[in-house]
Unconditional design. Structure first.
Lengths: 207, 751
C-alpha cells in the first residue's frame, strides 16, 4: 500500500491516513523458525537487487546528487558559515565595529580589533570567528545593527588547519563580486523581516 | 543631626549634607546626570528634583540641605513626568551612533534613556554641524556633549588648571578651552573620566577597545608618593593564540578619587621578560659577592623586606639615598613629636582652611597634594601660602601669598616660620628661649624674607581653624634636614598645624620604615636594583637581569598618608622576580606577597595577609584600601640645634625638577606622556648664563655632566632654571639637595 505523508496536516484524526503495517506473526516453534530461515536464504531477493543496480547502470540516467560538485539547495534560515557584507554603494564594510556580536557570542569565539582611522571613523582592523568553537546559534547575526554579519549557505567546515577557520577575508564579500552584483542580500536569520519598510517612522523634526 | 523624612521614612542627615547625600546614605535612589560627589553641585541636569511639604514646586536635592522635620517626596508621578521630560530633552538630536561611540555602553545617558523608556524623539531642533576637536590626548565631540559641566567643575575645583569652560549659547553651547584656542593644561584627563557620555575621550584609547572586553585590575599608581587608586584595564592584544595581554587604559573611581596625567596616561611601562638561567646565575653571584645593593624606591614593601632579610643574611649594605634622607628626616621629626609619622594627610589638606607649602614644587612633585590644595582653596576658601625660591605658575590660582626665599636658606625660613606660628604656643622655657634667641636680622636678611611677610602669615592663620603645613622634598636632602625636621615637629606638636612631609617616590615611606639603610659610600661591587651599580637588575632600561616592573607585581606600598596600599598584577611577566633571586640565596618564600604579613609590626604594620587587603572605595566613598599604619610612639628626646650659617648659592643655579606628569624611569617610557627633557629657564637666567633659546648646552654638576637643549620658558621668573631628572640614568630625583650650582657651557658649532 503506497502512501505519501501530507506534511501540512499533522493532526491525528479518524480520517487521517495512519494505517497498520502488515506484519506476520513471529514463528514460535523450532520447526517454524527453521522453515523461515530456509525460505529467506534460498529466495532470489539478492538477485532482484543486483538486477536493479545493473539495469540502472546501463541506462545512464542517474539521479544521485553529484556532491561535492553539486549541492542541494538549503533553506534560507539555515545557519552555516558567516559572511561579512559590504555596502552596495560605497563598497565599505558594513561592520561599524560596535562589538555587539563579540559581546553576545555565547561560545566566545568572535574577536575583533578596531582603531580610529584617518577620517576619525571607527575602523575594524581585525575580525575573526573561531569556527572550531562556533555553535552557529545565530546570535551574532541577530544582534548586528547593520546587517553586516549574516549566516551564509556554506556548510562545509573541513580544513587541514584550524587557522583556516578564522579568516576574515573568506567571510567578507570580495570587491569584484560586489561590483558584479553578486553579493546576495540575505533573507535569512537576523535579516529584517519582509515588509519592514512599512513600519519605519520618520524622525519628527521640524525642518 | 537633622531628622527629616523621605517618602515617609525617617532619615537623618549630618550638618552640611544635602538631601541627595542623606537619601543615598539611607539607600534611596534619586537619579542624577551631573552630580559628582567630590565637587560642588553642578546643578545643571535638574534630574534630582524632589518635592517637599515646605516648598512650592520642585527643589534640587543635590544642593539643598534638609531642615528639621522636612517631609520629602522623591518619586511622585509629577516628578517622574518632569524627569522623563528632561531625559527627552537630553536625547534631542543626540547622534544615534551608540554602536561606534567610544563609551561602548558604559554611558550614563544610555542608561537613563533606557531607564525612563525614551523610545522616540518628541521635540525637535535644527541639527547643526559641530566639529570634533582634537586637543592632544583628549578628543572632544560637541554633538555628543550633554553640557552637564562635570568636566568644568573638576578642572576648576579639584585640579586647578581651570582650562575649560562652558560657552553659553543655548542649544549651541559647548565646552571650550578657557582663554586659549586649544587646550593648554596639565592633561590629567580627569575630564575624560567624569564625562558621562562619549564627548570627552582619550584620543589614544578611542576605538581601540570596548568597555566590556577590558578586565579591570585594581591597583595603586606607582609614580609619586600619593599612591592614588587606579584601575588598569587590560585586554588581549590580538586574535592569535597566546597573544599577550596589554593595558589599554587606566581609569579611576572618579566620584571619590582623582588621578593626574601620569597615572592616567603613563601606564605602558610593562616589559617583556624571559627566564634566562645563565644571567640569573650571574645575578645570584653578583648579589652573593656584593658589598652593597643600591635600590630605588620604585619597589614594593615586600621587596624591601626581601632586601632587608638578604642584608641580615648576607651582610651587604643597603643604599637608597633618597629614602635614607626621608628616614633621617622622620627620625629627627619623631625625636620631637614622639610619633613615627606626621599628623597630616591628603584628606587633612583637603579639609584645611589654611595651608603653608614650603620647600617643594608640589605641582610636579606630587599632583595629589596640589589637587588637595585646590580642593581646599575652592571648597573651604583656604588661604594658601607658598614658600619657595621659585614661583609656580600652576599654583597661581590657589596661592594667596607667595614667599620667595633664597636657595639653601630653608633652615632659617622654617625657624622664623616656627617662631611666628608658635608665638602664643605653650612652649617650655628652653624652647621659648631658643626662639627668642634667634638672630632675626641675620635670618631675614640672608633668606630675603622680611618681617612683614611673617607678620602677614601670622595674621592670615590667626583665624584659620584647620591648618596644614606641607613640607616638600627639597628639605629632605638639605644639609641641615635634621634640624629642619625638628623645627617642623615643633610646629606640629605645639600648634594646631598638621604636618605633611611629601616623600619623593611611591614607596619612599615604606622603604624608610622597613630597611636599615647605609650611607652610600659606593663600593667595588654594588648591585643596583633599578639604580646604578656594577651589576644591575630591575625593570628599567639597560639592566643586566630584567625583573618584573611594578605593574606586573603584587605587593603593597606605603603612601604619604601612611596607608598600606595593595597593588595587583595587570600584565603577567614571564621573567624572574626579586623573590626568585632571594629564594635561590636561601631567603625562601613561595610568593613575594608572603612577606606582607611579616612587615615589621614595631613600625606600625598590622600583620595583615595580602589577600585580606581591600582595594576599592565603597559606593558612599569610604576608603577601603589596605590599612592605615599605626602611628607608634617613639622616644621624644630631640633637641633643637642652633641655626647654622645659611649657605649662599650664587651664579647659575639649577633646580632638579621634573616636568608635570614626569616622575621616573617608568613615566619616561610612557608613550603618551610628553617627554621634553630640556633645561628650561627664564629670560633672566638665559642672560645670566649667556645662552639663548634652543642652544645645546653642557651642564657641569659637581659629580657629573649632562648635555641638554636650553628652552626659554616665558612663564618662569628669576634666576633658577629647571633641570629634569627622570630621563637620566635610573631617573632618581631626590638623592641630593635639589638646587645645585652648575657650570653651563654652550656646545655646538655656532661660535
Amino acid at each position: 500500500m503506497h502512501h505519501e505523508e501530507v506534511f501540512t496536516d499533522r493532526n491525528v484524526s479518524e480520517s487521517s491516513a495512519y494505517y497498520y503495517v502488515d506484519i506476520e506473526n513471529y514463528p514460535t516453534t523450532g520447526w517454524d523458525k527453521f522453515k523461515q530461515v530456509v525460505k529467506r536464504t534460498f529466495s532470489g531477493e539478492l538477485f532482484v537487487g543486483l538486477w536493479v543496480v545493473l539495469r540502472e547502470m546501463i541506462k545512464f540516467d542517474i539521479h544521485t546528487v553529484q556532491y561535492p560538485l553539486e549541492k542541494l539547495p538549503i533553506g534560507p534560515r539555515y545557519r552555516a558559515v558567516h559572511k561579512l557584507l559590504r555596502l552596495w554603494e560605497s563598497g565599505y564594510e558594513r561592520c561599524i565595529g560596535c562589538g555587539l556580536c563579540e559581546k553576545i557570542c555565547i561560545s566566545d569565539c568572535i574577536r575583533m580589533d578596531t582603531r580610529i582611522d584617518e577620517n576619525s571613523r571607527k575602523e575594524v582592523t581585525e575580525y575573526s570567528i573561531n569556527l572550531g568553537r562556533c555553535i552557529f546559534c545565530g546570535y551574532c547575526a541577530e544582534v548586528c545593527p547593520e546587517l553586516a554579519i549574516v549566516h551564509g549557505q556554506r556548510y562545509e567546515n573541513a580544513s587541514e588547519q584550524r587557522a583556516h577557520f578564522v579568516i576574515k577575508d573568506d567571510m567578507l564579500t570580495p570587491l569584484d563580486m560586489l561590483k558584479a552584483g553578486e553579493q546576495a542580500e540575505y533573507p535569512g536569520f537576523g535579516a529584517i523581516i519582509p515588509g519592514s519598510d512599512a513600519s519605519v517612522k520618520k524622525t519628527p523634526l521640524a525642518y | 543631626m537633622i531628622n527629616f523624612t523621605i517618602n515617609g521614612q525617617n532619615v537623618t542627615a549630618l550638618k552640611g549634607e544635602s538631601i541627595l547625600q542623606a537619601a543615598r546614605k539611607a539607600g534611596f535612589y534619586i537619579p542624577t546626570m551631573c552630580y559628582l560627589e567630590k565637587t560642588t553641585p553642578c546643578a545643571s541636569c535638574r534630574l534630582c528634583v524632589v518635592e517637599t511639604d515646605k516648598t512650592d514646586g520642585f527643589i534640587l536635592s543635590c544642593q539643598t540641605p534638609p531642615t528639621e522635620g522636612l517631609s520629602v517626596t522623591i518619586d511622585s508621578d509629577r516628578l517622574k513626568a518632569e524627569r522623563t521630560n528632561i531625559m527627552r530633552l537630553y536625547d534631542v538630536n543626540h547622534p544615534l551612533e551608540c554602536g561606534v561611540c567610544d563609551k561602548s555602553g558604559a554611558c550614563d545617558l544610555q542608561n537613563k534613556t533606557l531607564e525612563f523608556g525614551i523610545s522616540a524623539q518628541h521635540f525637535s531642533a535644527k541639527d547643526q554641524h559641530r566639529k570634533i576637536e582634537h586637543w592632544g590626548l583628549i578628543n572632544y565631540d560637541p554633538s555628543l556633549c550633554i553640557l552637564c559641566e562635570k568636566c568644568v567643575h573638576v578642572c576648576n575645583e579639584i585640579i586647578g588648571d581651570d582650562a575649560i569652560e562652558l560657552q553659553f549659547g543655548g542649544y549651541k553651547s559647548s565646552v571650550i578651552p578657557k582663554n586659549s584656542d586649544t587646550l593648554d593644561c596639565t592633561f590629567c584627563g580627569e575630564c575624560i573620566a567624569v564625562c558621562p557620555v562619549g564627548a570627552l575621550v582619550s584620543s589614544q584609547f578611542q576605538y581601540s577597545a570596548n568597555a566590556w572586553e577590558l578586565s579591570k585590575i585594581p591597583a595603586t599608581c606607582v609614580h609619586c608618593s600619593a599612591g592614588c587608586s587606579l584601575m588598569y584595564e587590560v585586554r588581549h592584544t590580538s586574535n592569535s593564540l597566546g597573544a599577550k595581554d596589554k593595558i589599554y587604559r587606566v581609569t579611576n573611581d572618579f566620584e571619590h578619587t582623582t588621578l593626574c596625567g601620569a597615572g592616567r596616561f603613563g601606564f605602558d611601562f610593562s616589559s617583556e621578560g624571559s627566564k634566562d638561567g645563565e644571567e640569573f646565575a650571574k645575578a645570584i653571584d653578583a648579589i652573593k659577592n656584593a658589598d652593597a645593593i643600591r635600590f630605588s624606591s620604585l619597589i614594593t614593601n615586600e621587596e624591601a623586606m626581601i632586601l632587608q632579610t638578604l642584608k641580615e643574611k648576607l651582610g651587604f649594605k643597603l643604599y637608597n639615598e633618597e629614602a635614607r634622607a626621608y628616614q633621617n628626616f622622620m627620625n629627627a621629626f619623631g625625636s620631637i613629636s614622639g610619633k613615627i609619622g606626621f599628623g597630616g594627610s591628603l584628606d587633612a589638606i583637603k579639609q584645611s582652611d589654611g595651608i603653608i607649602v614650603l620647600g617643594g614644587r608640589v605641582s610636579s612633585d606630587n599632583p595629589a597634594v596640589r589637587y588637595a590644595m585646590t580642593t581646599a582653596a575652592r571648597h573651604n576658601g583656604a588661604k594658601v601660602v607658598y614658600m619657595h625660591p621659585m614661583e609656580d605658575e600652576l599654583l597661581q590660582n590657589v596661592v594667596t601669598q607667595f614667599v620667595k626665599y633664597e636657595v639653601g636658606t630653608e633652615e632659617g625660613v622654617i625657624a622664623m616660620l616656627a617662631k611666628t606660628l608658635l608665638e602664643t604656643a605653650d612652649l617650655s622655657e628652653e624652647s621659648r628661649a631658643y626662639f627668642d634667641g634667634l638672630d632675626e636680622g641675620y635670618l631675614c636678611a640672608e633668606s630675603n624674607v622680611g618681617d612683614e611677610e611673617y607678620a602677614r602669615i601670622a595674621k592670615t592663620f590667626a583665624r584659620a581653624k584647620r591648618k596644614t603645613l606641607v613640607i616638600g622634598s627639597d628639605v629632605l636632602t638639605h644639609k641641615r634636614s635634621a634640624n629642619i625636621a625638628r623645627l617642623c615637629a615643633m610646629i606640629e606638636t605645639y600648634s594646631e598645624f598638621a604636618v605633611v612631609v611629601v616623600p619623593t617616590s611611591v614607596n619612599t615611606v615604606g622603604v624608610s620604615l622597613i630597611c636599615d639603610l647605609d650611607t652610600d659610600n659606593g663600593g667595588e661591587r654594588v648591585v643596583g636594583y633599578n639604580a646604578s651599580g656594577t651589576y644591575t637588575i630591575g625593570s628599567l632600561g639597560g639592566v643586566n637581569l630584567g625583573l618584573a616592573p611594578l605593574n606586573s607585581q603584587e605587593g603593597t606600598f606605603v603612601s604619604l598618608n601612611y596607608q598600606v596600599l595593595p597593588t595587583n598584577v595587570a600584565v603577567s611577566y614571564e621573567g624572574y622576580t626579586l623573590n626568585d633571586l632571594a629564594s635561590s640565596l636561601g631567603v625562601v618564600a613561595e610568593n613575594t606577597i608572603d612577606y606582607t604579613a611579616k612587615l615589621p609590626k614595631e613600625k606600625g604594620f598590622n600583620g595583615s595577609v595580602f589577600d585580606e587587603l581591600g582595594n576599592f572605595y565603597s559606593a558612599l566613598g569610604e576608603d577601603q584600601r589596605g590599612y592605615l599604619l599605626e602611628n607608634r610612639d617613639v622616644r621624644a628626646d630631640g633637641k633643637l640645634e642652633e641655626i647654622d650659617d645659611l649657605p649662599e648659592f650664587n651664579g647659575t643655579v639649577v633646580y632638579r625638577c621634573n616636568p608635570v606628569n614626569q616622575f621616573n624611569g617608568y613615566t619616561a617610557q610612557a608613550q603618551q606622556l610628553e617627554k621634553e627633557a630640556v633645561l628650561s629657564g627664564s629670560a633672566q637666567f638665559a642672560a645670566a648664563a649667556k645662552i639663548s633659546d634652543g642652544d645645546k648646552i653642557r651642564l657641569e654638576f659637581p659629580q657629573s655632566t649632562q648635555e641638554r637643549i636650553f628652552k626659554l620658558d616665558p612663564v618662569l621668573k628669576g634666576t633658577i632654571a629647571l633641570v629634569p631628572a627622570y630621563d637620566v640614568g635610573f631617573g632618581g630625583l631626590n638623592e641630593q639637595y635639589r638646587f645645585e650650582k652648575v657650570k653651563i657651557m654652550r656646545v655646538g658649532s655656532e661660535s
